[in-house]
Design a protein around this ligand. Structure first.
Ligand code: NAD
Length: 419
C-alpha cells in the first residue's frame, strides 16, 4: 500500500515478492525505483441521480501503473472497499500478470467505491457512463483498456464501450474487454480463466509424474473459475472429491458428478442443499486428502494456521492471492508445489487480449481457435517459468515474478527515458 507521502511501503504481499525477485535478477536500483511507483493515479467524483430523485456522489479511480510494454490493462471494480491504495496495488500486480503471458500491455486497474448490490440496474448504468465519460481522454485501445472485475459485468463493459464510442464519435469496441459476444466480446472469454487453471495444472502434474486419470482434486469456490476448472479436470479423467461455495463444502471420495453440480447451481443459485457429497466446512475442505487443491474463491485462505495440515501435493491458485507469504514458505519447506495466481489464472487476461486484437481487426475467431491460442500462450510461458525455477532453484512463484519483471524492465530500458 502507499504511505501518506506517496512512498510505496508494503504494497500488499506483492511488493515483498517483487523485492525478492528484483534481488535475484540483480535489478538496477533506478529501475526498481521506477517500477515501484505508479505512472498515473486519477481520482474523480461521480455525481449521479438515484432512482428516487436524490443526488449522490461516489468516488472513482483509475491507476495506470505501467505503459512500458503497451497500453495499460486491468479491470474495474465496483465495491464498497475500493480505495486508491487497493486500486494501485491491483494495477501493480496487473503489470506483472500481463508481462508473464507476454501480452503487449502494461498494467492498470480502476474502481468506484460503491455497493452494487444496493443499487438498481439503471443506477449502475448511470454510474458506469459517468465513470467512462470522466476517463475519455485517458482510456482507449492504444491508451488503457479496462475489463470486468469484482462487481462489474459484461453488460457494464458494453455501457462503458457505448459511452466512450459516443464521446469519440466512432465505434470503438477495443476500448474495453470482457464485453458480451454480441458487441465485440470474444468467444471462450467466460471459460478462459478456469480453462487456463486446468491447463497449467495438467502440465505440472505431468512434470511431477502424477497421472491426471484418477487424480483426486479439491476445488474451493464453484463460481466461474472453479466450476470450469472442475469440469476440465473431470474431462481429463480426474476425480473431483471436493467442491465448495459460500454455502459450504461437499466431499465425495468416490467423485462428485461435476455436470450435476453445475446444473444444481444453475437451478438453485448456490450449492446449498446439494446432496452429491457430505457437507463440511470450507476450512475442512481445504485439508481433505487429495493430489491437487484449487483455491478458486477468496484471497488469504491458505495461511500459517492451516498450511501445515494441507495434504495436497500441488496447489493451483485459481483465485487471486489465496496464499499468504507465510503459508507459501511452509509449502516450499514441505515440498508442496504452488502454481501462483499470476500464471494460473492468467487465462482470462490472455483471452481479453485476443478480444482486443479481434476488435481491432474486425474479424472474429471461432471458439476452437481461441482455445488453441490460449493453450499455446500458457504452455509457452509456463514452460519458461518452470525452466527458470529449475535453473535458478527457486519456487514457481519467484520464477514467474522474475520472468515478468525482467520483461518489463527490458522494455523500459530499450525504450529509454523520455526527457
Ligand atoms: P464467482 O463470483 O463466479 O465465484 C466465486 C465462488 O466463490 C462462488 O462459488 C462463491 O459462492 C464462492 N465463495 C464466496 N465466498 C466463499 C467462501 N467464504 N468460501 C468458499 N467459497 C466462497 O467468481 P470467479 O470469477 O470464479 O472468481 C473467483 C476468484 O478467481 C477470485 O479471486 C477472482 O479474483 C479470481 N479470478 C477470476 C477471473 C475471471 O476471469 N473470472 C480471472 C482472474 C482471477
Amino acid at each position: 500500500m502507499l504511505m501518506a507521502d506517496g512512498e510505496v511501503s508494503v504494497f500488499g504481499d506483492g511488493i515483498a515478492y517483487f523485492n525478492e525477485a528484483a534481488a535475484l535478477l540483480d535489478l538496477d536500483a533506478g529501475v526498481r525505483k521506477i517500477l515501484t511507483k505508479p505512472t498515473r493515479q486519477i481520482i474523480f467524483s461521480i455525481p449521479f441521480m438515484r432512482d428516487n430523485g436524490e443526488l449522490e456522489v461516489y468516488t472513482g479511480y483509475r491507476v495506470q501503473y505501467s505503459f512500458a510494454r503497451g497500453p495499460a490493462k486491468g479491470g474495474v471494480r465496483f465495491h464498497p472497499g475500493v480505495t486508491l491504495d487497493e486500486v494501485t496495488a491491483l494495477a501493480f500486480w496487473m503489470t506483472w500478470k500481463c508481462a508473464i503471458v507476454d501480452l503487449p500491455f502494461g498494467g492498470g486497474k480502476g474502481g468506484v467505491t460503491c455497493d452494487p448490490t444496493k443499487l438498481s440496474r439503471s443506477e449502475i448504468e448511470r454510474i458506469t457512463r459517468r465513470y467512462a465519460a470522466e476517463l475519455v481522454e485517458v482510456v482507449g485501445p492504444d491508451k488503457d483498456v479496462p475489463a470486468p472485475d469484482v462487481g462489474t459485468t459484461p453488460e457494464i463493459m458494453a455501457w462503458f464501450m457505448d459511452t466512450y464510442s459516443m464521446h469519440v464519435r466512432q465505434h470503438t469496441p477495443g476500448v474495453v474487454t470482457g464485453k458480451p459476444v454480441e458487441v465485440g466480446g470474444s468467444r471462450g472469454r467466460v471459460e478462459a480463466t478456469g480453462r487456463g487453471v486446468s491447463l497449467v495444472a495438467l502440465a505440472q502434474m505431468k512434470d511431477m509424474g502424477m497421472d491426471a486419470h484418477g487424480a483426486m482434486i479439491v476445488v474451493q469456490g464453484f463460481g466461474n473459475v472453479g466450476s470450469i476448472a472442475a469440469q476440465m479436470f473431470a474431462e481429463a479423467g480426474s476425480k473431483i472429491v471436493g467442491i465448495s461455495d459460500v454455502s459450504g463444502g461437499y466431499h465425495n471420495p468416490n467423485g462428485i458428478d461435476v455436470g450435476g453440480a453445475v446444473a444444481y447451481v444453475k437451478e438453485h443459485g448456490t450449492l446449498r442443499g446439494y446432496r452429491g457429497g457430505e457437507l463440511l466446512s470450507n476450512e475442512d475442505l481445504l485439508e481433505l486428502p487429495c493430489d491437487v487443491l484449487v483455491p478458486a474463491a477468496l484471497e488469504k485462505v491458505l495461511t500459517v494456521d492451516n498450511a501445515p495440515r494441507i495434504k495436497a501435493k500441488l496447489i493451483v491458485e485459481g483465485a487471486n492471492g489465496p496464499t499468504t507469504p507465510d503459508a507459501d514458505r511452509i509449502f516450499n519447506e514441505r515440498g508442496i508445489v504452488v502454481i501462483p495466481d499470476i500464471i494460473a489464472n492468467a487465462g482470462g487476461v490472455t483471452v481479453s487480449y485476443f478480444e482486443w486484437a479481434q476488435d481491432r481487426n474486425g474479424y472474429f475467431w471461432k471458439e476452437k481457435e481461441v482455445n488453441e491460442r490460449l493453450a499455446d500462450v500458457l504452455d509457452t510461458n509456463f514452460t519458461l517459468i518452470r525452466e527458470i525455477a529449475a535453473t535458478r532453484h527457486v519456487p514457481l512463484r519467484m520464477a514467474a515474478y522474475m520472468l515478468a519483471i525482467d520483461r518489463v524492465a527490458k522494455a523500459m530500458m530499450i525504450r529509454g527515458m523520455y526527457a
